[in-house]
Design a protein around this ligand. Structure first.
Ligand SMILES: [Zn+2]
Length: 312
């Protein structure tokens, strides 16, 4: 876990991408401190807040959740008295989504299928036993919200549905910084939950159009606008390839085996491709934007794809 000053008074808390759950956070050290996202569990979030306390003494006054996935909000309880901002979809989904006990049981289960075992191996350094899901107490609508932090704006911009139904980014226009949450995975293979390919691509183009000097992604290393455009191109490439196979009535699992990832094969966890193909197929057969993926089955498929590649 590394604290890095990315602009004067603006920090990123970066964790190397080690697969599921290893996300980034941010801190704007103004007006009592604004945190962008907590981490996957209470222990890691506590360590992160200790780093932040070296910059802004005391408990930060504000928290923004970019979306509701656990790796961005399961440390929220440590900031339960703060103003916690999140899109209305994020607020609802956080309360209704995964229970920490379900993931804890997954780590501790002696016999798991290949997909859940893959997931459990990535997240086994986390401890979900003390997580109390703490949704935002300041819901933000589609119109977004601008906060005044000691005279400098922090714009909470709603760009969903993209990676989820409730994606907010934090734009600091005077600093040239965007905290993108999981609209941006940098050199990590993305997974989308709710939303459509076109919507996600528009969100990435919107971020690039802000002409930021630096984007802090939800996963991976900070980058410039080129990072957003590169992910847009990945999503477009996978969608176009998926459509070719869909129209030829090739099953999604087989399509994932036949897609040549080219330059994207070096991104971490390339086997997550199966999630992106499944999402494209859902769109192509006219499925609703908020139809959830069959996550456990897709994890099994991803492991099978990895084995297929390894047999090469
Ligand atoms: Zn994430």
């Amino acid at each position: 876990m590394e604290l890095r000053e990315v602009a004067a008074g603006v920090y990123a808390c970066l964790q190397p991408d080690r697969g599921w759950g290893w996300s980034n956070s941010g801190l704007v050290a103004r007006d009592g401190g604004l945190v962008v996202d907590t981490l996957m569990d209470v222990g890691h979030t506590r360590r992160m807040l200790e780093l932040y306390a070296g910059v802004v003494p005391g408990t930060p006054r504000r928290l923004v959740n970019t979306h509701h996935n656990p790796d961005h909000c399961w440390g929220n309880q440590l900031l339960r008295d703060a103003e916690i901002y999140g899109h209305t979809f994020c607020v609802e989904a956080m309360g209704a989504d995964l229970a920490p006990a379900v993931l804890q049981a997954m780590i501790e289960a002696p016999e798991l299928g290949p997909g859940p075992r893959w997931f459990a191996e990535d997240v086994r350094e986390f401890d979900f036993s003390e997580v109390e899901v703490t949704p935002p107490n300041r819901p933000v609508g589609d119109e977004g919200l601008t906060l005044d932090l000691d005279g400098r704006p922090a714009e909470l911009v709603y760009l969903g549905p993209a990676h989820t139904g409730g994606d907010l980014v934090v734009h600091l226009p005077e600093d040239g910084v965007v905290f993108a949450g999981d609209i941006l995975f940098r050199h990590c293979t993305p997974i989308g939950w709710e939303g459509t390919t076109a919507g996600w691509q528009r969100a990435l183009e919107h971020i690039a159009g802000l002409e930021p000097e630096l984007i802090v992604p939800g996963h991976g290393e900070p980058c410039g606008a080129e990072g957003a455009l590169e992910l847009r191109d990945y999503l477009g490439y996978v969608f176009d390839e998926s459509r070719r196979f869909f129209e030829a009535e090739v099953p999604a699992e087989e399509a994932a085996r036949r897609i040549d990832l080219g330059p994207y094969a070096v991104w971490t966890q390339p086997e997550r491709l199966v999630f992106n193909v499944a999402r494209a197929y859902r769109e192509l057969r006219g499925g609703a934007w908020d139809e959830p993926p069959e996550a456990l089955a897709l994890m099994d498929e991803a492991v099978a794809l990895r084995r297929h590649w390894d047999r090469g």
